[in-house]
Design a protein around this ligand. Structure first.
Ligand SMILES: *Cc1c(COP(=O)(O)O)cnc(C)c1O
Length: 428
């Protein structure tokens, strides 16, 4: 694999080098678009909850004071009604979709339920769903529930023996003409493994199955080419690399030629052809509207748009280039400074097969996580996988990563993590 273009081939891993790399980092100025409450804190959890864009504060203030406070019900006719499809259209190019193929609605888990059910209805009498062990637990629960509802079963293909990589050969082997749906996360939440989505989509189509991608850990950090892959369905979340805010509504994608052929199980008035006729019979609206259900959380919906716009402005290919350079640099730092203290990289080393976070493993991982937070390095911890270091390219630079690893190395050298207890908090 060629060295990522923003990185020299021989890294010295000193602070001056990190500063020089930031000076050449084409997206460095984007950090100014975000609220940074404590400049000394290094935020490595943008893969779980992205930072607050300054612009989102203004949008929310205007929506509360002006649209809600003054205009009240009239605001539905002044932008609220169309917001879910309009913002979906803005998000669409980030996932390689047409503007009329994406809508914002509900949560990722709910959209997964709606689209998986639509796929099983469409593929009847097939009832088997294939996924793998690297998929997000909520996805596994939802898919299992859907398969059972149809009298079928969810097949969870084991990961590779290292627990880091997917076993794509085994996933391919599980595809036969009983399979209704193949559903995977394009970037795995724990190890950051990135699938060969095009190949898997093609293979699923060859056996007549539908494919549903969960893009939660990909969108806003890596280019996704849903149309290029001919993917059928996708869902994803907007509060991670899209910086949409806590509980921001999710998105759903349905390939254009399938939209009017599929129906989803929750027949609500927002998905109805003419909601203001208040008729008694449900007739699904054409296009993506039929995949919505009820009134969207308008404030959260509007608050997420600035995050989408920032990624568009940066350009998703430039974001990916920065992400690859930063995560490659972080892997080198972990090898160079932390391996001697018993830390190992638990993410793919091939940047092509990696999303935008690097997971590190240490025998005392949870206590180390607590110690890190106390020295201003904010990661998260995933049971059984390790400490996730999220690298959000719009507001993280090489120097940030250098200081983060320097602080971790210092903690480990002093064995400072041993002073913490191992009891888990509610949110880890
Ligand atoms: C974050 C994430 C979700 C979030 O689901 P919600 O229903 O929005 O809570 C779902 N799937 C994956 C793969 C995720 O990473």
């Amino acid at each position: 694999m060629p060295a990522p273009s923003l990185l020299p081939t021989d890294l010295r891993l000193d602070l001056n080098e990190a500063r020089a790399l930031d000076a050449a980092h084409p997206l460095y100025a984007f950090r100014d678009a975000f609220v940074v409450a404590d400049p000394d804190e290094i935020y490595l959890d943008g893969n779980s909850l992205g930072r607050l864009p300054h612009r989102a504060r203004e949008v929310v203030a205007a929506a509360v004071d002006g649209a809600w406070g003054e205009r009240l019900i009239r605001s539905w006719g002044e932008g609220w009604w169309e917001a879910a499809s309009r913002i979906g259209g803005r998000l669409a190019p980030l996932v390689g979709a047409g503007e009329d193929e994406v809508v914002i609605a509900d949560q990722t888990s709910v959209n997964l339920y709606k689209l998986a059910t639509a796929a099983l209805d469409d593929r009847a009498p097939r009832t088997r769903i294939v996924t793998d062990a690297l998929n997000f637990p909520s996805d596994l629960y939802v898919l299992d529930g859907v398969a059972r509802r149809f009298g079928g079963r969810l097949e969870i293909v084991p990961a590779a023996a290292d627990g880091v990589h997917a076993d794509e050969a085994a996933i391919l082997a599980a595809m036969d003409d009983d399979v209704a749906l193949v559903s995977l996360s394009e970037v795995a939440f724990a190890s950051g493994y990135r699938y060969d989505a095009e190949r898997l989509t093609r293979a699923a189509h060859e056996v007549g199955a539908r494919v549903l991608w969960d893009l939660s850990h990909a969108v806003g950090a890596t280019p996704v080419d849903l149309n290029g892959w001919s993917a059928d369905l996708a869902v994803g979340c907007t509060y991670k690399y899209l910086n949409g805010g806590p509980g921001a509504p999710a998105f759903a994608y349905v390939r254009r030629d399938l939209q009017d052929r599929l129906t989803q199980p929750i027949h609500g008035w927002f998905g109805q052809t003419a909601p203001f006729d208040f008729g008694t019979a449900y007739a699904p609206a054409p296009g993506m509207a039929r995949f919505t259900v009820g009134t969207p959380p308008v404030l959260s919906l509007l608050a997420m748009e600035p995050g989408v716009e920032l990624v568009r402005e940066a350009g998703i290919d430039a974001v990916r280039d920065a992400s690859v350079a930063l995560t490659t640099y972080l892997v080198a730092l972990v090898d160079g400074r932390l391996a001697e203290h018993g830390v190992r990289v638990a993410s793919p080393r091939d940047a092509d097969r990696r999303g935008s976070h690097v997971t590190i493993d240490h025998p005392d991982g949870y206590r180390l996580t607590k110690a890190m937070i106390d020295v201003g390095v904010i990661p998260d911890y995933r049971e059984g996988s390790g400490i996730r270091l999220g690298v959000a390219p719009l507001y993280l630079g090489f120097e940030d990563l250098w200081h983060a690893v320097d602080r971790i190395a210092d903690l480990l050298a002093r064995e400072a993590h041993r002073a913490y207890d191992d009891a888990r908090a509610t949110v880890t």
